[in-house]
Design a protein around this ligand. Structure first.
Ligand code: GLU
Length: 465
């Protein structure tokens, strides 16, 4: 059975690169009917934080990338790592290294001077000296001296390293804590991981890890290294490019469905199809279609995808996410229409739900200011009369629905022999404080009957001055 994992280091929020790695691992497991493991790689105690762990879990949940096992925490597995290290030492695959900092530095300097790549010289491999119990040491893996390490990467194809290029890397630091390259192998082995999908910043670690698997007598998993994500400007994606943390995308009004859809296309394709439901992604995701080259983040495209989802997802689902944004905007949902109505009226008009929540402010809060340019353009001599007659017509309405409102206002425009714009625009200003809103009937429906009357009266008073 295929078993994949996502293994973030909790040293910061989950950024889009990490989320893409998580998505691809998750998709591959789901596509194969396998399992997906979440593991928090928190051995670097200085840089790992609880808020970062919380942010990772929150992001995974928001994206709905569910895991079958975990979250495992490496800090809870120290006994196991110790056990494997002792075993490796006993079998001669690892050894204690007592080399001082000074010696290592001198060695490095010497190697650099000779134009060689700095690497540990294996000095303590055959160390016969007696060491006192309190003398500090690290544990190094005894890497083979000759031969090659090769693997067939799911994305990059055949990759080969010379063992002579690799040195005896540290698997346990002098403070007794195990290192990443070691823990990751023990974990992936213990957890039965069959496919390791991760960023290609780890390609150079892979041969070391493969040698460790072999020393442990463990089966080597299949590796798939994903190419980097670049910013719009071709440089490595970073904070400079705007939002990079998954939860910031939520704050900015993106839907998890849209972000996932956007991320799946960053380095994977299926013909020229752009929109994929979660089910389609799972069905169609094959590693053969993962691209070898780096992909560039494109905010315009993300906005377009988000807009598509706002147009097509069930309104109740959108309303729930809109409510989250309304709360962030300080809007009281009890002081206005059902958010489902806002979604219905605005789904075609917004790229993000944050934008929608901001546009909805006027339906939940009264205001006394009007958009100056709109007023200048639309409030003319006859506007007060238009507002007064609109009020009278609307007060006479039997049924308060969008079609009836539109109809009575169209009739008014016709009877006054003026264009609908001259009726609708002053009313929009009265309803929302701005000259842009959905159809006037829908807008008034959102404002509500009594409030519509009150706002027209307020506008008459305001514009009469
Ligand atoms: N913890 C590593 C990282 O966050 C990932 C390790 C792996 O996937 O092998 O970069």
């Amino acid at each position: 059975m295929v078993k994949t994992r996502f293994a973030p280091s909790p040293t910061g929020y989950l950024h889009v690169g990490g989320a893409r790695t998580a998505l691809f691992s998750w998709l591959y497991a789901r596509h194969c009917g396998g399992q997906f493991v979440l593991r928090i790689e928190d051995t670097d105690r200085e840089r790992s934080t609880q808020p970062a762990i919380d942010a990772i879990l929150e992001s995974m949940q928001w994206l709905d990338l569910s895991w079958d096992e975990g979250p495992y925490y490496q800090t809870k597995r120290f006994d196991r790592y110790k056990e494997v290290i002792d075993e490796l030492i006993a079998k001669g695959h690892a050894y204690k290294c007592y080399c001082s900092k000074e010696r290592l530095e001198a060695m490095r300097e010497e190697q650099m001077k000779e134009g060689k790549k700095p690497r540990y010289d294996g000095h303590c491999r055959h160390d016969e000296t007696q060491h006192s119990a309190d003398e500090p040491y690290v544990v190094r893996f005894r890497n083979p001296d000759t031969g090659t390490v090769a693997f067939d990467d799911m994305v990059k194809g055949h990759i080969e390293f010379q063992n002579s290029e690799l040195d005896d890397f540290i698997i346990q630091r002098s403070d007794g804590t195990p290192t990443y390259n070691f823990c990751v192998v023990v974990d992936d082995f213990d957890m039965g991981i069959t496919h390791v999908i991760r960023g290609d910043d780890h390609v150079n670690n892979t041969p070391r890890q493969i040698n460790l698997y072999k020393a442990m007598g463990a089966a080597v998993p299949v590796f798939g290294h994903l190419a980097m994500i670049l910013g719009d400007d071709g440089t490595k994606l970073s904070k400079r490019h705007g939002a990079v943390s998954v939860m910031q995308y939520r704050e900015d009004g993106y839907l998890p469905e849209a972000l996932l859809n956007y991320l799946v296309r960053l380095g994977w394709s299926h013909g020229d199809q752009e929109l994929f439901s979660r089910e389609q992604m799972i069905e169609l995701f094959t590693p053969e279609a993962i691209t070898k080259s780096a992909s560039s983040f494109n905010t315009k495209k993300l906005n377009w995808i988000n807009a598509q989802y706002i147009k097509t997802l069930p309104v109740e689902q959108l309303a729930a996410e809109l409510l989250w944004h309304m709360e962030r905007e300080g809007l009281n949902k009890d002081n206005g229409p059902d958010p489902v109505l806002v979604v219905k009226a605005y789904a075609e008009r917004c790229q993000t739900l944050k934008e929608m929540a901001q546009k909805a402010r006027c339906y939940y809060e009264d205001f006394s200011e009007y958009d100056a340019a709109g007023v200048k353009k639309w409030i003319k001599e006859g506007s007060i009369e238009v507002l007064e007659r609109s009020l009278a017509a609307l007060e006479g309405l039997e049924s308060w629905d969008a079609a009836s409102i539109d109809k009575v206002l169209e009739e008014l425009a016709a009877s006054m022999e003026i264009g609908m714009g001259k009726v609708g625009q002053p009313l929009r200003l009265a309803m929302t404080g701005t000259p842009t809103s959905p159809g006037i009937g829908d807008t008034m429906l959102l404002v509500g009957r009594e409030r519509t009357y009150a706002r027209i009266k307020q506008a008459i008073e305001h514009f009469s001055k």
